[in-house]
Design a protein around this ligand. Structure first.
Ligand SMILES: Nc1ncnc2c1ncn2[C@@H]1O[C@H](COP(=O)(O)OP(=O)(O)OP(=O)(O)O)[C@@H](O)[C@H]1O
Length: 863
């Protein structure tokens, strides 16, 4: 004991001063644990243990207990960190007394600035000068906390080889929250610091940000922060030389210049909002190796922002990032501690939106009824941006829908026509009139110029641009779709432009490709070829618009109203490409959602009849599915009556409700993959219903779905009723021997294979299970070579048909040192083939960031 005391003076000192340390540190426990995590003394598991303790004093005690097991060096670092903390607090207290009143004045000033900036709704067809008060027009948005597949990615339980799934790390249950709760602490938990808000195009991410700013500046919510700094990636794209975070903040917040040091020293009271990550030019390059840690340190803009997101820069500050889902994979996920998805409006909110938009109860109800009578239109209105466009069209046309829109493109086309019409005082009405003809040609020219601008900028991932095209900037119609902002550069003020909404830019880009006299092979591909399936993910909305614009009905509308010549060759070429790409994808099982949306946009039953399908595989994996996505899937499967050989819904954030919605189609499938979704008992009951009803469902995948024995019992009863299922995969769950043993009754017939590795089952228990059936059917660890050989060839085939971007996602899941260390032949062959494939892709890859990631994997696999 004495010996230990002299050999471990720091540990001993902690023991001696335990009582006084609890007194001193109880108010600094959060910052202290943060420091210890940053210095890698504490792990996330330690943090969780500390957070379970009630009250700050209990937490300090827990910290001291944990330190006992961490050794002398950890204790030394702790003592130095806590004395620094105390010193800085004394200094801060002294200073703060002096600064309090001035600091409060800056807060008030900043709130006044934010209030002015956020008090008007950013409606994007607002006539110049027309102001719509935000608070009167904000409609409640449905926001869900917890996104299972992202949570899992964060905890890295997806990587193969993880031997243990921490039971404490059960995925957070999904639940509705209010904007005010984004940063509020839940019982016993630390408030979230890094929040990621995702949601599809036009769902209301930017409006949510505005809501936060508005409530903060009106002293209503988020008052735990002293300052909120708002930046958009759109603006940040304009920075093309090394900068410091100080410069970035001051670009739009010059009034904070004098006090920025105090504000950032007090970073736990600071929230930084970064809106529109998907619009960031460098979004694919955020896995930087260089970090900045100081407010004044200069670096590339991507380095500054990545350092901020990862908590290297201003570690105490809270950060909220918004992004469309397609770019989420590029955000340094490890740093995020709260995932939020905006799901848009429900019928109640749509109704409310109509009331606020029309500001006349009777008229609003009449308009709402028109929309409610058309199910497709109503579905589109769940997305606020579309809801707004639908209302605008109804307003312009007095409720008379000229052509009932059936798809997203239809409403954008009609929106374009309505705005063009209203801005040109109906001058394009008459086709017979000569000046009308001239006017039409002029109009076509302007729209195509605008389209080309949208297209060029979209391909370069630019959403904000300096105007070097005065003709467009000064034209009234063009300016209807463009926003002008003046920004302060060090020596002058510059005008910058953006489309009024990103979806509008995507629409115009597609309009250009569809209507300009440039062949599709030139705009969409290189040489004579182009592919719908292989375009990068950020072009999927553009592709859907293009398909809709190349449909018969929209060509007809554009020709009738604006005089565009129909692009018959392009329509035919696109249609044939869509057919051949879809056939290939159904055959090889590559990701299919974009094609399904393109098919929905075409609204052409004949097209589906022309599909010659030998096999039907539907792969929708790894992207959260929205209501519109479900519509696209259902629309396709309603017309194609084949048996579905495989449906892959892995990592789609699927809920019980959406599973129920898809149930009739899932009854037609032979293999169903539902892994990496948080399946609650309700969802499992739907799966059980499918098992009980289906005559053909043979293979079911439920890996990493957070299921336990209680869920498995429900499934077992269903398997018993139908006795068709041959394979059940349940890796990475909470299942025990007790849950698995009732399945022995059905092994080996019909159930030939039950995979339950990374559950709560020991190898001995696995052997016992196998001894209960005539031949071994249970796999609880990596032993059975033949099975893993099959698995590996399935994964390899998936990799081969995936785009390089998607390949990176798959590689993140399947590479792992511990599997590579397995000496089995299958593992060796698997990794050799994978390495070969990666090499080929590196050679072909045009996208710098994807190539870099592939090269990293190649190095890992060959080292
Ligand atoms: N809560 C809301 N109340 C009223 N209108 C809303 C609301 N949310 C969104 N809108 C309408 O939808 C439009 C689009 O919203 P917003 O720009 O926030 O979408 P987004 O998710 O940021 O889209 P993108 O990913 O394309 O940038 C807004 O301009 C507004 O007209």
């Amino acid at each position: 004991m004495t010996l230990a005391g002299t050999l471990e003076p720091c540990l001993q000192s902690l023991r001696n001063h335990r009582v006084s340390l609890v007194d001193k540190l109880e108010f600094h426990i959060d910052s202290l644990t943060d420091v210890l995590i940053t210095k890698e003394i504490f792990t996330r598991d330690d943090l969780e243990e500390i957070q379970y303790e009630k009250g700050p004093r209990g937490k300090v005690r827990k910290v001291l207990d944990i330190l006992e097991g961490k050794g002398e060096e950890a204790a030394r670092i702790f003592i130095s960190a806590s004395s620094c903390l105390e010193e800085s607090n004394i200094k801060a207290e002294d200073q703060s007394l002096k600064q309090t009143s001035e600091y409060q004045k800056v807060i008030a000033k900043h709130k006044a600035v934010l209030k002015r900036r956020s008090e008007c709704m950013l409606y994007y067809n607002t006539r110049h000068g027309e102001k719509i008060p935000f608070s009167e027009h904000y409609v409640n948005l449905l926001i869900v906390k917890g996104h299972h597949s992202l949570e899992i990615k964060r905890h890295e339980v997806l990587t193969f080889g993880q031997q243990r799934i921490s039971l404490q790390q059960k995925a957070t249950e999904q639940r509705l929250i209010k904007p005010a709760q984004l940063f509020s602490s839940e019982t016993g938990k630390k408030p979230a610091k890094k929040v990621l808000v995702t949601g599809v195009a036009g769902i209301g991410k930017t409006v949510l940000v505005q809501k936060i700013l508005c409530d903060f500046s009106n002293h209503k919510e988020h008052q735990s922060f002293d300052f909120i700094i708002h930046m958009t990636f759109r603006d940040l794209n304009l920075v093309n030389k090394p900068v410091s975070l100080r410069e970035l903040i001051l670009r739009k917040n010059g009034h904070l210049a004098k006090h920025l040091d105090t504000i950032t020293e007090n970073d736990t009271k600071l929230l930084i909002i970064l809106d529109g990550f998907d619009e960031f030019k460098h979004y694919r390059g955020c896995d930087v190796d260089i970090f900045l840690t100081d407010l004044d340190e200069e670096g590339e803009v991507v380095e500054v922002l990545s350092s901020l997101m990862l908590g290297e820069l201003l570690p105490g500050a809270s950060v909220l990032i918004t992004s469309r889902p397609m770019a989420v994979g590029h955000i340094p996920i490890g740093s995020i501690d709260c995932f939020v998805v905006i799901t848009g409006f429900s019928t109640v909110e749509i109704h409310d939106f109509f009331q606020r938009f029309f500001q006349d109860e009777e008229l609003a109800t009449k308009m709402f009824d028109i929309v409610a009578a058309n199910e497709l239109l109503l579905t589109l209105c769940y997305i606020p941006a579309f809801c707004h466009i639908v209302c605008s069209i109804l307003k312009e046309s007095n409720g008379l829908y000229p052509d009932t829109p059936r798809t997203m493109t239809d409403i954008y086309v009609q929106y374009l026509l309505a705005l063009v019409k209203s801005h040109t005082n109906n001058r394009i009405e008459s086709l017979n009139n000569v000046s009308g003809m001239k006017h039409q040609e002029h109009l076509q020219e302007i729209l195509l110029k605008l389209g080309r601008l949208a297209y060029q900028k979209l391909m370069n991932q630019e959403t904000l641009f300096y105007s070097n095209n005065d003709e467009i900037a000064s034209c009234v119609i063009a300016s209807t779709f463009l926003d002008k902002t003046s920004i302060q550069e060090p020596s002058c003020t510059e005008d910058v432009y953006s489309f009024t909404h990103l979806t509008i830019q995507e629409f115009f880009a597609a309009l250009y490709c569809a209507m300009a006299d440039v062949p599709l092979s030139e705009t969409l591909g290189s040489g004579n070829e182009y592919s719908i399936a292989c375009l990068p993910g950020n072009l999927d909305l553009f592709m859907r618009f293009l398909s809709g614009l190349l449909s018969e009905r929209n060509q007809e509308l554009l020709s009738r109203n604006i005089g565009f010549g129909k692009q018959k060759d392009k329509m035919q070429s696109f249609r044939l490409k869509l057919i051949s790409d879809t056939q290939a994808t159904c055959e090889n099982g590559a990701y299919i959602l974009t094609q399904l949306h393109c098919i929905l946009e075409q609204q052409d039953v004949l097209l589906m009849q022309e599909l010659r399908l030998q096999r039907l595989r539907i792969n929708l994996s790894d992207v959260t599915l929205s209501t519109m996505d479900h519509n696209a899937v259902k629309h396709f499967l309603n017309e194609i009556h084949l048996t579905i050989s495989e449906v892959d819904l892995t990592g789609t954030n699927i809920s019980a409700e959406s599973l129920r919605d898809l149930q009739p189609y899932l009854l037609r499938c032979e293999k169903l993959w539902l892994g990496e979704n948080n399946l609650d008992l309700e969802a499992i009951k739907v799966v059980a219903d499918i098992l009980q009803e289906s005559d053909i469902l043979k293979e079911l995948g439920l890996g990493w779905t957070d299921i336990g024995d209680e869920h498995l019992f429900v499934l077992t009863n269903a398997i018993k009723a139908k006795q068709i299922l041959t394979e059940l995969w349940m890796e990475g769950n909470r299942i025990t021997f007790a849950g698995l043993s009732p399945l022995t009754v059905f092994t080996p017939s019909p159930l030939e294979r039950v995979v339950a590795i990374w559950n709560n089952v020991t190898d001995d228990e696995g052997e016992r299970l196998n001894s209960l059936c005539p031949k071994p059917c249970f796999t609880v660890s990596f032993t059975e070579n033949s099975m893993w050989k099959d698995w590996a060839s399935w994964v390899l085939q998936r990799c081969e048909v995936s785009s390089s971007e998607k390949l990176v996602t798959i590689l993140f899941k399947v590479y792992d040192i511990s599997v590579r260390s397995i000496e089995s032949q299958w593992a060796k062959t698997f990794y050799i083939s994978l390495t070969k494939l990666i090499r080929t892709r590196i050679e072909q890859c045009m996208e710098e960031d994807v190539r870099r990631k592939l090269e990293k994997f190649e190095t890992i696999l060959t080292s």
